[in-house]
Design a protein around this ligand. Structure first.
Ligand code: PAF
Length: 301
């Protein structure tokens, strides 16, 4: 495994690898797994899939300042490069790219990628500018690495929708691979931010997965004939009943378009007309957690 902190040597090494493969008449499928580090089993699952499906796996670790708002947790975002490198090694990563802020943004960036519409709702409504920072850095990473495939966790479902739109609109030559949410045994969705939770907050946070998974199960029965309005009320009431939970949003939208569904729109397996995202963002103490389930038009298991 090779580690790079600068763009040029990484680019040169990737060029060499492509050139050597071409000389031998082989194609070289390159995967990029972009992360902000503090890696957990969710990231490991992306790396494993990337490893199984490609010839060369690049992991990027970069806590991207421009996707954090002024009052957000950029400074205290958890970092543990040594542990990250050990996990990367274990998962068979070939190249790790861990640039400094100065390497990625040698001067304040005047060019941003903004995906309109999809970024004003859900997390975009409470984190203005967040997705512009995400698409700008992912655009830069895709230019630097030029991967054939890029792997993203579905826990950030809105991020997946926004980046997929960017890839489509700007003709990035990359296949987006969304990967399922990985949960702890008790249901909590894995997140680097879980480390901020006290034991009491962590216990309270289970209200999210418990109710999201129950909503998914209910919608997936044909008999329920449940509507978006009914499910939304049930979810908001159940999460709101947890004393430590402060709701930012609980929403039901079509996926990946992210438009809210009419209250009378049927969500049951036989009635739904599109893939549907049920997404929540809830604060426990100072920690804002997100979680979601997706109801596919073709019934989920
Ligand atoms: O999902 C993340 O960790 C980040 O938003 C990403 C995609 C690495 C961009 O900084």
């Amino acid at each position: 495994m090779k580690t790079f902190t600068n763009i040029l040597p990484l680019r040169n090494e990737l060029k060499d690898a492509r050139f050597s493969a071409a000389r031998e008449g082989k194609s070289l499928r390159i995967a990029l797994v972009p992360t902000m580090g503090y890696l957990h089993e969710g990231h490991a699952s992306l790396l494993r899939k990337a490893r199984a499906e490609n010839d060369l796996v690049v992991l990027s670790i970069f806590v991207n300042p421009i996707q954090f708002g002024p009052n957000e947790d950029f400074e205290r975002y958890p970092r543990d490069p040594e542990k990250d490198l050990a996990l990367a090694e274990r998962e068979g990563v070939d190249f790790v790219f861990m640039p400094s802020v100065e390497e990625m943004y040698p001067q304040p960036t005047r060019t941003h990628i903004k995906v309109e519409g999809l970024t004003d709702v859900l997390c975009g409504a409470s984190r203005p500018g967040h997705f512009d920072g995400v698409t700008t850095v992912v655009g830069k990473l895709l230019h630097i690495v030029q991967p054939d495939r890029a792997y993203f966790g579905q826990k950030d479902a809105q991020q997946v929708a926004v980046i997929a739109q960017m890839v489509l609109d700007l003709n990035f030559d990359v296949e987006m691979i969304p990967c399922p949410i990985v949960r702890e045994a008790d249901g909590l969705a894995l997140s680097s931010r879980n480390v901020y939770l006290s034991a009491e907050e962590r216990q309270a946070a289970l209200v999210l997965s418990r109710n999201l998974l129950a909503a998914q199960a209910k919608a997936n029965t044909t008999e329920s004939r449940v509507t978006a309005g009914e499910l939304l009320t049930e979810l908001r009431d159940a999460i709101g009943a947890e004393p430590l939970a402060v709701i930012d949003y609980v929403e039901i939208a079509d996926f990946p378009g992210l438009s809210p569904l009419a209250a009378d729109e049927r969500l049951d397996a036989a009635g739904r007309r599109s893939d549907v995202l049920i997404a929540v963002a809830v604060k426990f103490g100072s920690t804002r957690l997100i979680d979601n389930v997706i109801l596919t038009k073709k019934v989920n298991d």
